[in-house]
Design a binder for this molecule. Structure first.
Ligand code: NAD
Length: 290
């Protein structure tokens, strides 16, 4: 598996590509915003000015795009050009049904495929410490593993087609609800007259500890550096979190799962975005709690 095409060179994709190039993989890159492609030429990226310049000599196609509709459009434009058995790995966060459709589309053209959304944010993409949350077959996963190991520190094959997106939806739904709970706990502590640094000391080492407290505390000057210390510059924007919650809420409806916290959580993010704060980091939601 030598030649890679990478489509979507934004905040995440651009950093993942640099790690592949540093590991001496040959990569051709495309983004509708050609300035983003040009920025990566000094690292050794080959430029595709159009999608059709990605030819049938590639072994792997990686996509890192905003949403399922766009990934589907890109797959529709490109898959007829690819040679049989090319492996398509979509790392974007998209809904489970679209992910399954993409797998079917690939199977019908004798192409291999994985859904492999990531966790770890822009920092993880830059440092090569992402977690890949993967759905698809063992053979495709094992072929992709060396590339996951270059771009990340962990990958989990969760199950068949769509399982990666399913697990990612569960993770981000939990993260969003947890963040709101963490905000409520600190608000209560403040109203009870506690020193919030002491409260952090307790929560981060007690049964209330979680990533939203320990690594991403949403309270300014409390805990390790986080977007709260930088006027909630993202990080991971509330707009993207609402997209992920919308995916999770659709899955909740489709599967008839009871999840009232998640529904409430989505309302809080909607309120934040209605107040034109969608560009802020998602952890700022603690200030928009109803
Ligand atoms: P981004 O908006 O920075 O990058 C997306 C890129 O896709 C842009 O450069 C855009 O120009 C390009 N694009 C859009 N339509 C295109 C098309 N038709 N053809 C080619 N390129 C096209 O977004 P991002 O932050 O890099 O996120 C990418 C994906 O990763 C999203 O699905 C997001 O939910 C997911 N994700 C993001 C983070 C994060 O912290 N930013 C973390 C985990 C997962």
């Amino acid at each position: 598996m030598k030649k890679i095409a990478f489509i979507g060179l934004g905040n995440m994709g651009s950093k993942m590509v640099v790690n592949l190039l540093k590991a001496n993989y040959e990569v051709i890159g495309y983004d509708i915003d050609q300035k983003l492609v040009d920025k990566l030429l000094p690292y050794g990226l080959r430029k595709a000015s159009t999608l059709s310049e990605i030819g049938d000599d590639i072994d792997v196609l990686i996509t890192m795009l905003p949403n399922g509709e766009i990934v589907e459009k890109v797959y529709n434009s490109i898959i007829s050009n690819l040679k049989p058995n090319t492996l398509l790995t979509d790392c974007s966060t998209i809904d489970v049904n679209t992910a399954k459709n993409l797998h079917n589309m690939c199977r019908n053209k004798n192409l291999s495929s994985l859904d492999a959304p990531v966790s770890g944010g822009v920092g993880g993409a830059e440092n090569g410490t992402l977690t890949f949350i993967v759905g698809g077959g063992n053979k495709a996963y094992n072929l992709m593993l060396p590339l996951f190991e270059v771009m990340g520190k962990k990958s989990v094959l969760c199950g068949p087609a769509g399982s990666g997106q399913a697990a990612k939806a569960c993770n981000n739904m939990l993260l969003a609800t947890t963040m709101i709970g963490v905000g409520e706990a600190f608000n209560l502590g403040k109203n009870l007259g506690l020193d919030l640094k002491k409260l952090f000391d307790v929560l981060s080492t007690s049964t209330g500890s979680c990533w939203a407290v320990n690594s991403y505390c949403p309270i300014k000057s409390v805990g390790p550096k986080s977007p709260a210390d930088n006027n909630f510059e993202p990080g991971f924007s509330a707009n993207l979190m609402l997209k992920d919650l919308t995916i999770a809420l659709k899955a909740i409806k489709d599967t008839n799962t009871a999840a009232p916290f998640a529904i409430n959580t989505q309302d809080n993010f909607k309120q934040m975005i209605d107040d034109n704060k969608g560009e802020l980091d998602f952890s700022a939601v603690v200030n928009f709690n109803k």
